[in-house]
Design a protein around this ligand. Structure first.
Ligand code: HEC
Ligand code: HEC
Length: 245
């Protein structure tokens, strides 16, 4: 049925204009659904395209229980999207447009800022613990988790940025779930790791300073007790334990 569903709904005139249905889908539905990329928490919605429009409208309306109230025009925009022949292209195009808009609003990555975020001398925007509590770079930092000196080489630019932002590792997911790393911070951190890649792991095997261990222990105790918000004392302690090179 290619093309049929588009007849009553012209595409936006300006190429840069938001695609309302796709925009709504990406902001409110992608956490649980894909269209054509398999089931997540909710079913793959590629299957709903042949549904009678009223049934689909009703199914989307039921989702208000999950995403909050949606006015009828939003429900209709979503229905129209899910039944348009080019839904995949529309979602890809809108995703690209959002990514470009976000990239334009971000500052260029700075290795110096990344280092400060890693050490904790510059607080993370959402108050998360400094990386150095658990990780070391070029011989400095904690030993609770992987040495990140060569992590840029291992994961590559895109993989590393995503790992910093999404913190998909169990321990990190626990401590950063309520204190997420921003995309901008992930860019700075990645840039810092890039400058460290290939450096000799000087001082590898040196004992972590007492302050470093103390800081890590305080943070871990904080995790256990439901650590929230900023703990500047801990952060200062961590920074003191880190000797700039
Ligand atoms: C928190 C997760 C979640 C979110 C967010 C969510 N859904 Fe769902 N959705 C589900 C689950 C789970 C089901 C299957 C069970 C049900 O119908 O409640 C479902 C079912 C559906 C169905 C019926 C599909 C079928 O094969 O039965 C449609 C259509 C749908 N969702 C559309 C949407 C749209 C559009 C949005 C965004 C406005 C959305 N959903 C947001 C979890 C979610
Ligand atoms: C509470 C301890 C803790 C803190 C704090 C922490 N991490 Fe991690 N991180 C871990 C653990 C545990 C892993 C899983 C790998 C391992 O066991 O070392 C990990 C894995 C990683 C990896 C993947 C390593 C690899 O070799 O694949 C990256 C990248 C990373 N962390 C970056 C960061 C950054 C950036 C920060 C600061 C914003 C940070 N971590 C803060 C504990 C921590």
């Amino acid at each position: 049925m290619p093309g049929t569903a588009r007849a009553d709904q012209p595409e936006p005139a300006a190429p840069a204009a938001a695609d309302r249905g796709a925009e709504l889908f990406l902001t409110r539905c992608t956490g649980c659904h894909t269209v054509g990329h398999g089931d997540l928490i909710g079913p793959d919605l590629a299957a709903v395209s042949p549904w009678p429009a009223d049934d689909l409208r009703a199914a989307i309306t039921r989702m208000e229980a999950k995403v909050g109230p949606m006015p009828p025009d939003e429900i209709e925009a979503l229905r129209q999207l899910l039944q348009s022949a080019d839904v995949a292209e529309r979602l890809a195009r809108e995703g690209e447009r959002v990514a470009q808009r976000e990239a334009a609003s971000l500052a260029a990555p700075s290795a110096a800022v990344g280092r400060e975020l890693f050490e904790g001398s510059r607080p993370l925007e959402n108050g998360g613990a400094a990386c150095m509590a658990c990780h070391r770079v070029a011989g400095h930092g904690g030993t609770l988790a992987a040495d990140l000196t060569d992590v840029f080489t291992r994961l590559g630019e895109a993989g590393l940025r995503s790992a910093c932002e999404k913190t998909p590792f169990p321990v990190m997911r626990t401590i950063y779930a309520r204190h997420p790393i921003t995309r901008q911070e992930a860019m700075h951190l990645t840039s810092f790791f890039e400058t460290q890649a290939g450096r000799a792991r000087a001082g590898r095997g040196f004992p972590v300073t007492a302050a470093g261990w103390g800081g890590a222990a305080v943070i871990l105790a904080g995790i256990v007790m439901g650590y929230r918000g900023r703990n500047r004392g801990t952060r200062r302690q961590l920074v003191r334990g880190f000797h700039r090179r």
